[in-house]
Design a protein around this ligand. Structure first.
Ligand code: GLU
Length: 305
């Protein structure tokens, strides 16, 4: 069992990140597994060196230990390129010149979910494609998905299914600025590190079918998934690193010690019977992966308090 921490170094850890990381650690360690740390700095603009250090110190202080890494996505272009080429050789990729504005105009996100790409550039005639190529604008690259159901049984959320064409649509594997997309990077990186246990926030559940499809197309092994509820502020507002909501430095001021922070988070989320200070290590004996299916009364969100 190999789990992972995959923080984006765009801010200090907040209560929601800590909660997801704690569950990831418990899932791996309760099964005798290990943890790898991967710094997801794919987004070079938003990733900041100070947060690369801070996030590691945060994990250390909280007792969320890792056994391998850190690895950095900025070192991994060669591996992403190889995966990209493998998809291209299968004829699965096509250039996309749509702008953000085009996408917004074309598709109303339904049920508050991600917008589904309408396939505009997939269906260009040869002449339309040639005209776009002649414009000199660098296209992004999308993966053409089949009309197919992908199903999984999430350890927390239970059975989940999506139709790739209807619910996801053709998704980006490379942006027009040349950066590889999150979906591709995460699948390549997880496989390279032998990760077979993916625990993360509920907001990424809808990316999982896309990632499973990429695993299949690239001949990579699958993983087990657990998507934990998001920790939200009032009015369903997600805690966000950028807002500094419940960021670790503030949590330490409020609660005093890392164990008190972990204890509070474990208590309000239902991982522990009380909010008394506790270390991840001390939570291990009472934690069971089988219990995850019924542990959280609200599987979608937990109110921060
Ligand atoms: N880097 C992402 C984040 O910090 C997590 C991606 C993942 O777990 O797949 O939200």
């Amino acid at each position: 069992m190999v789990g992972r921490f995959a923080p984006s170094p765009t801010g200090r850890m907040h209560a929601g990140n800590i909660f997801a990381a704690l569950v990831a650690w418990l899932v791996a360690k309760s099964q005798g597994g290990s943890m790898v740390l991967r710094i997801e700095d794919l987004d070079r603009e938003r990733s900041k060196p100070t947060f690369v250090d801070a996030v590691q110190r945060d994990f250390e202080a909280l007792g969320l230990t890792w056994d391998a890494g850190p690895t950095f996505q900025h070192d991994r272009d060669e591996a992403y390129c190889a995966a990209f080429d493998a998809l291209d050789r299968q004829g699965l990729l096509y250039p996309c010149w749509c702008t953000r504005a085009d996408l917004h105009a074309a598709s109303a996100p339904h049920r508050g979910e991600k917008p589904v790409y309408p396939g505009t550039c997939r269906h260009l005639t040869a002449a339309e494609r040639a005209a776009r190529e002649a414009s000199g604008r660098v296209p992004a690259v999308r993966l053409a998905v089949p009309d197919r159901e992908v199903t999984l049984t999430d350890l927390v959320q239970g059975p989940y299914r999506q139709n790739l064409a209807r619910d996801c649509g053709d998704f980006l594997v490379r942006r027009s600025d040349g950066a590889f997309a999150y979906q591709l990077a995460v699948v390549v990186d997880d496989a390279a590190a032998g990760v077979n246990s993916v625990v993360r926030g509920m907001d990424l559940l809808c990316s999982t079918p896309q990632q499973m499809y990429l695993q299949e197309a690239l001949g990579l092994p699958g993983a087990i998934y657990a998507h934990v509820p998001l920790v939200v502020g009032e009015l369903n507002r997600r805690l966000s690193k950028r807002d500094c909501d419940a960021a670790l430095d503030e949590l330490l001021v409020r609660f005093g010690t890392p164990a008190a922070v972990i204890g509070h988070i474990a208590g309000i989320t239902g991982l522990a019977p009380s909010t008394d200070p506790v270390t991840p290590e001390e939570l291990l004996p009472s934690f069971s992966v089988d219990g995850l299916a019924t542990l959280f009364p609200d599987k979608v969100q937990i109110l921060w308090r």
